[in-house]
Structures are given as C-alpha cells and as structure tokens.
Design a protein around this ligand. Structure first.
Ligand SMILES: [Zn+2]
Length: 536
C-alpha cells in the first residue's frame, strides 16, 4: 500500500535534512521524503493526499503518563479547577456522581488542587459526608499524591482516629487530632490502586481494555502516537495486550513496569517487545512524593502545610541495590524523583551502578526531576542520565510550586539549564495528573507561565524548536526508539500528525489552539477530524 502526502508544510525534526515538499508512505513506513520530483520518482502509482497547506509533524510522544488511569478517571466526577471553583461545586458533582455509580464502587471525583479552591484548603471528610452520607466517596487530588475520603470510605479503608501515620504516608488531622479525611502518599496509592483494580475486576476484563481504549482515543485526538505508561502492572499489561491483539491500541506503548511486578513479568516471559505497539523493557521505581502535594523529599522543610521535608521511600543502599539488580537483568530503570534530597539519592544509586567511563547504555532515567538544581544537573549530565519531565505542570500547578518553594522557584524544572548541561530532556504530561495535551506542554516549555500569569524561571524558557524536540526526537531517545520514531525520515515508522498550523511559526500563547486534523500511527489514522485519509 502506497500513499503520497503533499501540499503541506513538513517539520521533519530530522537533523541535517533538507526541506520537504512531499512524503511517500509504503505500508507502515516512510519510504521517501523530500522534493516532490524525488518522492514521486520513488513511488509506484501511489494515491496522493493533498493537505491544503496543513503542517505535518512527527507523531508526538508522551514520555511519561498513566494511560489506564486516564481512561479510569475519565469516568470520575470532574472536581478540577476552574470548573469546580469551590467546595460546594465539588459536593454538587459528587451528588451527581452518586446517582450513576454502581453499588460496590466508591463515588469518585478527581482533579482538585486545594490552593486553587475558593476556600484555599482541602475538602474534608465532613464536606464529603454532606454530599455523600451513606456510602464510600473519594476525591483524588490533581497530583494523585493525595485524596480525601468521606467517613464511610475511611471506615472501609480501615483508617480510624488515633491511628498513627502509616509508613511512607500521612493522614490530615483536625484540631482535636481526628482524621480530617485527607490521605497522603503511600496509603493514597494503595487506595487508588485498590479502587482501580476492584472496579476493573467488577466490570470484567473488558473494562481494562475500555480504559485503555478511551484514553488512547483521547490521546490520539491530541496528536499523540506513542506514550510511556509509567505504571504498568500485571492487570494493566493484560489490558494493553488485549487491546493490541484486538487492533484497538491507538498509540505505541512503552511500558515502565512497576518494580514489584518485575518478578511476575520475568516469570511469565513477558519482558521485551510484544509487537510494534507494545513493549516492556523498563522498570519504574518511586523515590519520593510529589511537588504539589508537598511530599517530594527535599533538604530543609516546606513553608506550607503539611510542612516536613517530604517522604523518601527507600534508604540509599536499598535504592542502589534495586538499580543494580534491574540493570543486571537488562532493564532501563526510570525513577520518580522530585525533591533535591531524592534526586541526590537516585544519582548516588546510578553512580554506584554505572561502570565508570562507559556512559549510560541502558539510558536510565529520572522521572520529573522538579528540584534538580544546577549542581545535581551537572552530576546527572556527567552520568548521562536521561530526564523525562513535564512542562505542562508549570501552567497547571506552578503557583502551588511557587508557594512551596519560595526561595528556589525559579530553579524548578530548569529545562534550558539542563539542556545546556547536556542532558537529554524528554517531554511528557504525567496525565491524568494534568491534561495529556502535548500542545499545552510545548507552550509551557516556551512561556513557563503559571495559572496566575507569573513566569517561573524566565531564564529557563526554551525556543519553540527545543520545546517540540522534547515531544519528538528526545522522547524517542528516552525510549530507545530514535531509529524508529521521533522524526520524519526514510525508513522510520509512518507516525505523524497533521496540524492546522505550524507550532514553530505560531504565537506560543496560541499553540494549544492549533487544531489537530489527523494523527497517523504506522500509516493508519488513529484519529482524523474530517475525511483527510478516506477509506483508511
Ligand atoms: Zn507519573
């Protein structure tokens, strides 16, 4: 099957490539791209699709998101700001949700940030009890590092007043020391996982596939052709594998397998590439908490609640041992680390593992790296560590970061400095923490403007081409796929996106408004707004 795409502006992101007027797709690959005569000469009676001056980019890649969770939370009540400006609005959304939540499932909302709520605080169990008095209800914080439970949910989770904080986590408490319903970190993850698994099990195997499909369709409509799933487990792997077998996987999924699932993965013989669309070659470890939940492990302490200096999940030696053992078994290691104290521990573990002078052949990564200040960035660069980070946090969560890091806020997510130090920085969303829309991430990497309009770290703004590289060539590198995806070049997969405008020539503020006209994965449209590729 052959197809020529032309009458378009091609942004190839291929270093050293000349300007292109035309692109030939043969089966699932790019066969030729360049001047029209050359491309037509290489074709053999191909159909021609004229794009009317639209822009063609390499398919966009999200180097860190939670695909199954995006699908799961798509069904929850929207408690995000500005759509739910205050606690009364959250209560109303929960009342609505209670009406359509089947018996046996918790009434679920998601997406709030307490510092964006009119009240400037977390909702409490009492607030949730007013809306849902008689059955468990939960509202997840936008960071997915905290949540609020009503009284019935606290009871069902086995959390009681007077109970000490659990390992790796904390409970919010009122003036009398009673649980106020807010749960941070480890017990929150356990709750989320438990609810997700229970709802998946209750809804049957098809539900997992549905979550993956819902998320994939949404992501395809945003121009995404590949994604790293940063939370792959036995059951979500099953859902991806089934979706892949059924031909309904919209993206190429590069799985970061949760560290405690690795024995299962190896035992089942499932490490590696399963198809052109599904691979499990990397491991995910969490070193600390989140920035906007103020649980990232930092030196010093937070000036805002819940105060403290964050949560470190593993002792240095333990972390080093894990990295060594996964490295020895051939995995790329990807470690969530946000606070400077956690990043230091991770760099120590990598330094102890990587053979001196041999670089970082498995491309071990740091995920997020929010507070990777200059000396730490220098160490990461010297070790060849790859970073997967989230420009889109700046507009969605940046004001919360500024409050939690008043002295170092201009040094957070310092993309330009990292790049100058020589670090490969891949772009990603961490969805459903924030929107999976890569156009927002590209804009934020350029402008660094928070919700309130301040610019966090003006010296760290990237040129548009570098912002786009984060979501194409550099994200491809972060997944060991730079020879297959990330740019438009002969021999690469025919993964591309057709846009209504060229992000390199658009006012950065307007980039999220550029229309996605089509998203093509391996020569097949995963999304198209019209009939651009008829019969495909
Ligand atoms: Zn994540």
């Amino acid at each position: 099957m052959e197809l020529i795409v032309e009458d378009a502006v091609f942004v190839t992101m291929e270093a050293g490539a000349g300007p292109a007027e035309s692109m030939l797709i043969r089966d699932d690959r790019i066969a030729a791209i360049g001047p029209a005569e050359t491309v037509h000469a290489a074709a053999d009676g191909a159909d021609v699709v004229r794009l009317g001056g639209a822009t063609v980019l390499p398919g966009l890649i999200d180097a860190h998101c939670h695909v199954a969770d995006v699908g799961y939370l798509a069904a929850a009540a929207d408690c995000g700001q500005p759509s739910a400006p205050g606690i009364a609005a959250i209560q109303a959304r929960l009342r609505d949700a209670a009406g359509r939540t089947p018996e046996g499932s918790w009434v679920t909302g998601s997406g709030y940030a307490e510092y964006k709520l009119r009240e400037g605080r977390h909702p409490t169990r009492a607030d949730l009890d007013e809306a849902v008095p008689d059955r468990p209800a939960v509202v997840y914080h936008t960071s997915l590092h905290a949540c609020v439970l009503n009284t019935a949910a606290l009871r069902e989770a086995g959390f009681a007043d007077g109970q000490p904080d659990p390992p790796g986590g904390a409970f919010g408490r009122d003036d009398q020391g009673r649980l106020d319903g807010v749960v941070y970190e480890a017990p929150m993850f356990a709750l989320f996982e438990g609810n997700l698994r229970r709802d998946m099990a209750r809804m049957g195997a098809a539900a997992g596939v549905r979550f993956v499909q819902t998320a994939g369709r949404r992501m395809a409509s945003l121009g995404l052709t590949s994604a790293c799933d940063a939370d792959m487990r036995r059951d979500s792997f099953g859902a991806f594998a089934e979706a892949d077998a059924g031909g309904v996987l919209s993206q190429r999924i590069y799985g970061l397998v949760v560290h405690d699932q690795v024995d299962w993965l190896l035992g089942a013989g499932l490490k590696g590439r399963h198809s052109g669309r599904l691979a499990t070659e990397a491991v995910k470890i969490w070193a600390d908490g989140g920035m906007s939940s103020r649980t990232a492990a930092i030196h010093g302490s937070y000036p805002v609640p819940p105060h403290g200096s964050g949560i470190l999940y593993f002792e240095r030696d333990e972390l080093t041992e894990m990295v060594r053992s996964f490295d020895a078994r051939g995995f790329q290691v990807c470690i969530h680390a946000q606070g400077d104290r956690a990043i230091e521990a991770v760099l120590d573990a990598y330094a102890a593992t990587l053979p001196r002078g041999a670089g970082n052949p498995r491309r071990h990564r740091i995920e997020h790296a929010g507070a990777m200040y200059p000396p730490l960035a220098g160490r990461a660069a010297a070790l060849g560590i790859v970073v997967a980070s989230q420009p889109g946090f700046l507009s969605a969560l940046g004001d919360g970061f500024a409050a939690a890091f008043p002295d170092s806020r201009d040094d957070l997510y310092s993309f330009a400095s990292w790049q100058r130090a020589g670090i490969t920085v891949a772009g990603s969303s961490d969805a459903p923490v924030v929107s999976p829309d890569p156009r927002i991430g590209i804009r934020d990497a350029i402008l660094r403007r928070t919700g309130d309009g301040r610019v966090l770290g003006p010296a760290e703004c990237l040129p548009a081409r570098d912002a786009l590289a984060m979501y194409t060539t550099r994200a491809a590198y972060a997944c060991h796929r730079e020879n297959e995806i990330g740019s438009l070049a002969p021999g690469k997969s025919a993964d591309f996106v057709v846009l209504g405008g060229n992000p390199l020539e658009t006012e950065p503020e307007q980039i999220p408004g550029i229309e996605v006209l089509a998203t093509v994965v391996g020569g097949t449209p995963a999304y198209q707004s019209g009939e651009m590729f008829p019969g495909r």
